[in-house]
Design a binder for this molecule. Structure first.
Ligand SMILES: C[S@@+](CC[C@H](N)C(=O)[O-])C[C@H]1O[C@@H](n2cnc3c(N)ncnc32)[C@H](O)[C@@H]1O
Length: 178
C-alpha cells in the first residue's frame, strides 16, 4: 500500500505497525516530516516500510499499489488526480474523511466520472468509540480492464510537471483510466 501525505504517519505508519505483512510506502514532500518518519521506521525496525520524499505525482508512471490511502491531504477531486495513477487495476483508494465526506463526493462527481470510477463506498468508523466518527471513502475502478497495464503517470498529472523551459505544460483535456 501507499500512503499519500503521511505527515507524522497517519494513517500509513499506524497501518504498518498494525500490519507487518504489508509493504508500505509513505509519501511525503516535506523534509522535516520524512526525517521524522525515517527515524521512527528505523527505530521500530519496520523493514517493510519505505519513506519516499516527494509529492504523490513524483511516483506517477513508476508503480501502482493495491491500496492507496490518505488522510487530511486534499479535497476529493484533487486527491483523485494525485492518487488514481497509483492505484492498480484491482486496487482501491481509501481516504479517511471527516463529516463533509458526502458533500465532497457530490462535488467530485465530474472527477469521479472523468477517471472512470465506480460509485464510492462510504464506511463509517469508530461510531461506538468516538464522539465524532470518522469515514473511510473507498473508491475503485468501474472497469479494471480499461486501466492500462503501463502506469498512467504520463498523462495523469500535467499540472505537476514542468517542461524543460521551466513552463508548465498545457493541461490535457482528458484524464481517465487508459
Ligand atoms: C494536513 S497534513 C496530514 C498529515 C497526515 N496524513 C495526518 O492525517 O495527520 C497533509 C500532508 O500532506 C502533504 N502533502 C501536501 N501535498 C502533497 C502532495 N501533492 N503529495 C503528497 N503529500 C502532500 C503535506 O506535506 C502534509 O504533510
Amino acid at each position: 500500500m501507499c500512503d499519500i501525505g503521511s505527515g507524522a504517519g497517519l494513517p500509513g505508519l499506524v497501518l504498518a505497525i498494525a500490519r507487518s505483512d504489508l509493504r508500505v510506502t509513505l509519501v511525503e514532500p516535506l523534509l522535516r516530516r520524512t526525517t521524522f518518519l525515517t527515524e521512527v521506521v528505523e527505530s521500530l525496525g519496520l523493514d517493510s516500510v519505505r519513506v519516499h520524499r516527494g509529492r504523490a505525482d513524483s511516483l506517477h508512471g513508476t508503480e501502482r499499489f493495491d491500496v492507496v490511502t490518505s488522510r487530511a491531504v486534499a479535497p476529493l477531486d484533487r486527491l483523485l488526480d494525485w492518487s488514481m495513477p497509483l492505484v492498480a487495476r484491482t486496487g482501491v483508494l481509501v481516504a479517511l474523511k471527516g463529516s463533509s465526506v458526502r458533500d465532497e463526493v457530490v462535488a467530485a462527481a465530474p472527477a469521479l466520472a472523468r477517471w472512470g470510477l465506480a460509485d464510492p463506498e462510504i464506511i463509517e468508523l469508530g461510531a461506538s468509540m468516538l464522539e465524532q466518527p470518522t469515514s473511510a471513502l473507498r473508491v475503485s475502478w468501474a472497469d479494471p480492464s480499461q486501466v492500462g497495464l503501463a502506469p498512467a503517470g504520463a498523462r495523469s498529472a500535467p499540472a505537476a510537471r514542468v517542461s524543460s523551459r521551466g513552463k508548465r505544460p498545457r493541461r490535457s483535456s482528458r484524464k481517465g483510466p487508459r
